[in-house]
Ligand binder design. Structure first.
Ligand code: TYD
Ligand code: MG
Length: 462
């Protein structure tokens, strides 16, 4: 019997019986790739059976009463790197599958090797399987990181079945598969990195992780447009998705949890790349504010909250007369549309004339901020640049700005205020609605404002 061929979209995983130039599901062009599934019975069915067997959770029988189920407090295993534990929600959960993505060269392998070394030392054997580097390359990196003798096993392998075999044989306490895109299963004929292969690899490793209670970390590559390469499907399979952010040209790296079944999302871990690998930065606000120019117009300090962590960052704006017909608006680290909206509010409600001006706004240090509490800092930085007046020294700011020019309350205000106080800021300009009497830290004045004009008056001399 002729094997049936299907064409699978590498972007979304949709299948089509014949090749199409454009995926009918997600609309991506030229994304369909030929795949030959293994005939049912011989492979797929049996494999599914075996998989279910391996997957301990699937073996539980029938529904159970909620009240009768014991609460299990999952112990957390420390990676030995405080910031890494933090993004994971307090350490590694046994049996969890974690995907860690990021651009090439940003430090994924470095971080995982450091964690692996600690694990091997403190907890038990670790298997580090790499399809990208040889054992020697990993070893030389390890020497740079000062990895001492420990039961850390390196495996340069790309065949999924071989990796699973070694996991079953070694029974490690921790598994790392460096780049899930290099792994291929013998059951599929498509190339490594295709949707079918990556999904199969992740699913089989999931069964292994859950069945044998081994925490497993997968490294995932990121495509040019910044999404985890090819398979969105991966994000659904794994328990936790971590993302390396930040620029390669800066020494610090930010790891963010974008999905976490065992902790808060948006949780941040901040690291610094040094000659001896990644080092945790316990007080990132200091790092982000380190190079802030004193008394420069166009610079505002924002108290933002990422996950459960308050963070002070500098928002910079530069407003200069546009020499061409249409003014440019550029935002880096912020949403472009949000910037346009805030500029419109400034024009209409605060009487600033920005029509013929180029506006550039940047979050210093390569951070990206999504929360609306950043609005007031953006508005302040832009106004400060337009008027060429610095914001009063020692002032930090946060608050959401509405279309009527009103300043709205935000979440976790007390957390933000506390962080500003700890870093020695003497004034916080914030939404009136968030002021709680008696909450001001020592030596720090809280200034509640209701509107953008009021906020600008409080922050700048005219
Ligand atoms: P790497 O972990 O190989 O990146 P990824 O696995 O995400 O592709 O990171 C490599 C970069 O980090 C490389 O450019 C060199 C740098 N580096 C250091 O600066 N110090 C170190 O101790 C190590 C191991 C790497
Ligand atoms: Mg790598």
């Amino acid at each position: 019997m002729k094997a049936k061929i299907v064409y699978v979209c590498q972007e979304c995983g949709a299948q089509a019986p014949k090749w199409l130039g454009r995926c009918a599901d997600c609309g991506a062009w030229n994304s369909l790739v030929e795949e030959r599934p293994v005939p049912v019975g011989a492979g797929a069915g049996a494999a599914a059976g075996a998989a279910a067997e391996r997957y301990a959770l699937a073996a539980t029988s029938g529904p159970r009463l909620y009240a009768e189920i014991d609460t299990v407090v999952a112990e957390r295993l420390s990676t030995g790197i405080g910031e890494f534990d933090r993004v994971l929600g307090g350490g590694v959960v046994p049996g969890s599958l974690v995907l860690i993505g990021g651009e090439p060269g940003i430090g994924k392998s470095t971080l995982l090797l450091q964690a692996a070394a600690h694990f091997a030392h403190a907890i038990g054997p670790v298997l580090y399987s790499s399809g990208e580097e040889s054992e020697h390359q990993i070893k030389s990196r390890g020497q740079r990181l000062g990895v001492a003798a420990a039961p850390l096993y390196l495996l340069a392998e790309t065949c999924l079945e071989r990796i699973l075999e070694e996991i079953a044989r070694l029974r490690p306490r921790f598994v790392i598969v460096d780049s899930v895109q290099t792994v291929f299963s013998l059951k599929f004929q498509s190339a490594p990195g295709s949707v079918g292969q990556v999904r199969e690899a992740a699913t089989q490793l999931l069964f292994a992780a859950k069945g044998q209670n081994i925490p497993t970390f997968l490294v995932g590559h990121v495509t040019k447009d910044g999404s985890l390469a090819g398979p969105k499907v991966l994000e659904h399979i794994v328990d936790t998705v971590l993302y390396f952010e930040g620029e390669k040209h800066h020494s610090h790296r930010v790891v963010r949890a974008v999905k976490n079944r065992f902790g808060a999302i948006s949780e941040l871990g901040v690291f610094e790349m040094t000659g001896q690998g990644l080092r945790a930065v316990p007080n990132p606000s200091q790092l982000f504010l380190a190079e802030r120019p004193a008394n420069a117009p166009g610079s505002a300090v924002l108290c933002c909250v990422e996950g459960s962590r308050p963070l002070l960052v500098e928002v910079q704006a530069l407003v200069s007369t546009s020499s061409y017909g249409n003014a440019r608006r550029m935002a880096s680290g912020l949403d472009q549309n949000r910037l346009s909206l805030l500029l419109a509010v400034l024009e209409k409600r605060a009487g600033l004339n920005l029509m013929a001006e180029d506006v550039f706004v940047n979050v210093a240090g390569g951070m990206s901020i999504e929360e609306p509490a950043a609005d007031l800092a953006v508005v302040a930085a832009v106004a400060s640049s337009v008027r060429n007046r610095p914001i009063k020294p020692g002032t930090a700011v946060f608050g959401e700005v509405g279309l009527a020019g009103e300043v709205r309350g935000t979440t976790q205000a007390s957390l933000r205020v506390k962080e500003a106080g700890q870093l020695g800021f003497t004034r916080v300009v914030m939404p009136e609605a968030n002021i709680v009497p008696g909450e001001a830290p020592d030596g720090c004045e809280l200034v509640g404002v209701r509107s953008v004009t009021e906020a600008l008056d409080q922050m700048m001399e005219w």
